[in-house]
Design a protein around this ligand. Structure first.
Ligand code: SF4
Length: 254
């Protein structure tokens, strides 16, 4: 795995390539971002941004949403998928905010992950983007990109979060996640566009897999991809499977 100095230099270049990296969810309050992030599980930010204006017009804060029923919410959020579980999570989250935090979103990881429907990734998104507390959300893009480059190792989001946080200065944590997510969406897709990548020369996956396949050689498995759940297909040099357990909805917990 690359050193902290190498990781910081790689993020410098990726930030230059993606100067607009930020959350793409629309929100005006921490409560709105919390609700939008819950809705974004197994959906797209674009889709969520289509439903949240009407949702937040009707339920503008935790006190309003805490009084809603599933029958009230489900039609409004139906198109984001898993709408029954998400409606239940939104109402439970709002009721917990009212009962335990005076209707406000708490600015701590420990309190946030106790809320219904809120996992570590959602908590980090809200802390970093709405509450001014640096957080490094790890989603499937962050897992894929960081493992390929060699700046993190493994398919456990918590372990990868710890590795990246250890390498990057705290004020850069949120931006680091935003940048890796955007790089994963635009360039380092499941089928990566390596010739457009600003860190190609430092990427383990490019050196050991993509370049070797292009040269007609057998690809080598990068050490950081040496797990059961991240497999290579030698014919294409592509990852065969995304890391499991990172993009699934389980009771809309994200
Ligand atoms: S060189 Fe290719 S595999 Fe490596 S980070 Fe860039 S796009 Fe991803």
């Amino acid at each position: 795995m690359k050193s902290a100095r190498e990781t910081r230099e790689i993020l410098d270049r990726l930030e230059t390539q993606h100067p607009d990296a930020d959350t793409e969810l629309h929100f005006t309050t921490p409560f709105e971002l919390l609700a939008a992030t819950i809705l974004s599980a197994q959906s797209t930010d674009v889709r969520v941004n289509l439903v949240t204006p009407a949702l937040f017009k009707k339920y503008r804060d935790a006190r309003a949403m805490a009084k809603a029923s599933s029958a009230d919410l489900e039609p409004l959020i139906h198109s984001t998928g898993f709408y029954r579980a998400k409606a239940k999570s939104l109402i439970g989250m709002a009721q917990a905010l009212v009962a335990q935090h005076g209707g406000e979103v708490p600015a701590s990881m420990e309190a946030l992950v106790e809320l219904p429907g809120v996992g570590r990734k959602t908590a980090n998104v809200v802390l970093g983007h709405a509450l001014g507390v640096p957080g490094l959300p790890v989603d499937r893009h962050v897992l894929r990109v960081s493992n390929r480059i060699g700046i993190a190792e493994g398919d456990d989001p918590v372990a990868v979060e710890q590795q990246l946080c250890a390498a990057m200065p705290k004020p850069r944590w949120t931006r680091t996640s935003d940048t890796l997510i955007l790089h994963g969406r635009r360039i380092c897709r499941p089928k990566p566009l390596c010739d457009e990548c600003a860190v190609r020369d430092d990427c383990d996956y490019f050196r050991l897999v993509v370049a070797r396949v292009r040269d007609g050689k057998a690809p080598k498995k990068p050490q950081t991809l040496n797990t059961k759940k991240l497999k290579l297909t030698t014919a294409t040099g592509q990852l065969k499977a995304e890391p499991r357990g990172t993009g699934r909805v389980r009771k809309a917990r994200r």
